[in-house]
Design a protein around this ligand. Structure first.
Ligand SMILES: C[S@@+](CC[C@H](N)C(=O)[O-])C[C@H]1O[C@@H](n2cnc3c(N)ncnc32)[C@H](O)[C@@H]1O
Length: 206
């Protein structure tokens, strides 16, 4: 595999992308919870506890989780994205329920007490040199048996210059197997205006 340099969004930085793009024009903003996440939570029947939404962006998933009774920490590197996520929280009538953190997902202090880590479209933007650090970071947030729900671009999505990395199932399994057992892996799409092909993995922390 050749080294992947990562992407910082269509405008060259995540913050600039959020500042210069109307929320409805963000290609990943489906305006609702991700269907794969919703289905996985139903299938797993987890008792709501502490959850992280990594790279929460406009906060659709974070708001859904909070509404379902999860104690959510929503993390994004872009303060403007977090403002959008706060609006999603307010719109859902959940003011004050979500903890918002402007930070790099690679530098989070894990307490190993979360039941769920959700990542819809953040991991696949990170440079390949940071993938192992990400796995360590996500594992550090979760308690043993905790779940990582990860949605990434799939190898089936045609190459696009400067876009997210397209993963194969084997790459995901190999990357996460040190700290996680793969529970399921599902092909699908990212709902939103463009519908790129996705892989949605559910991983259980060993
Ligand atoms: C493709 S968007 C997905 C946003 C959101 N999860 C959704 O599905 O609508 C990727 C998000 O990850 C955030 N992000 C990228 N790299 C990050 C990093 N190292 N730490 C924290 N957030 C990051 C970006 O600011 C952006 O909001």
């Amino acid at each position: 595999m050749t080294e992947y340099q990562g992407t910082k969004g269509p405008q060259g930085s995540w913050e600039e992308t959020y500042r210069r793009t109307a929320p409805g024009d963000l290609p990943w903003n489906a305006g609702m919870v991700d269907g794969d996440l919703k289905d996985a939570l139903f299938a797993l029947a987890l008792d709501p506890g502490k959850a992280y939404d990594l790279g929460c962006g406009p906060g659709n998933d974070a708001a859904f989780l909070a509404r379902e009774g999860w104690k959510v920490t929503a993390v994004d590197i872009s303060p403007t994205a977090l403002q959008l996520a706060r609006q999603a929280e307010a719109k859902a009538g959940l003011e004050g329920k979500i903890q918002f953190v402007a930070a790099d997902v690679l530098g989070l202090e894990g307490h190993g007490d979360a039941v769920l880590v959700n990542d819809r479209g953040c991991f696949h933007t990170l440079p390949s040199r940071h993938w192992a650090d990400y796995v360590k970071s996500a594992a550090g947030l979760l308690k043993k048996g905790g779940i990582l729900a990860l949605k990434v671009f799939s190898f089936k999505e045609p190459d696009g210059a400067g876009g997210p990395y397209r993963f194969t199932p084997e790459e995901l399994e190999n990357l996460f197997e040190g700290s996680f057992e793969m529970v399921s892996l599902k092909e699908g799409v990212f709902h939103g205006p463009r519908k790129p092909y996705s892989l949605f993995g559910v991983f259980r922390k060993k």
